[in-house]
Design a protein around this ligand. Structure first.
Ligand code: ZN
Length: 140
């Protein structure tokens, strides 16, 4: 979920909007499509955002090593036309796997307010968790 701001008039969209790499929407007045198409409520300009195909989503995993080294991971690379992303909410269902056990966890619910997750890894015989989740938006 992203919050966006119109580059033309600087108006911020009041709500978070979902962007899904598996969904495309028509761009008005062209044959193009984008993963997110939205119209600015103030200047009425239509803007869009696309996942950058050069970025391989399959490699977008955040690892235990990343966490231990306190490194940022890249979850997505987005190309914004006519707008910019000003906030990100990880709201939705994520998948994880145990760092050593490889136990899959398919229903990891996260959000800005609930940026923590706890479960128990039967195979490893220990608790697993996501804590102190932080996100940032980096401009190219
Ligand atoms: Zn606008």
């Amino acid at each position: 979920m992203v919050k966006v701001k119109c580059s033309s008039c600087r108006e911020e969209h009041p709500n978070f909007m979902g962007i899904d790499a598996t969904e495309t929407h028509d761009i008005s007045g062209s044959r193009g499509e984008a993963n997110l198409v939205w119209r600015c409520q103030l200047c009425k300009k239509e803007n869009n955002i696309n996942f950058d195909d050069s970025f391989k989503r399959a490699s977008a995993a955040y690892t235990l090593e990343d966490a231990e080294e306190q490194r940022w991971g890249t979850l997505a690379v987005l190309e914004c036309r006519g707008c910019e992303i000003i906030d990100f909410d990880p709201q939705g269902t994520w998948t994880c796997k145990g760092a050593q056990s490889n136990t899959p966890f398919e229903e990891v619910e996260l959000s800005k307010e609930e940026a923590e997750w706890n479960d128990y890894d039967e195979k490893a015989g220990e608790g697993v968790s996501i804590m102190e989740l932080e996100t940032r938006i980096q401009r190219a």
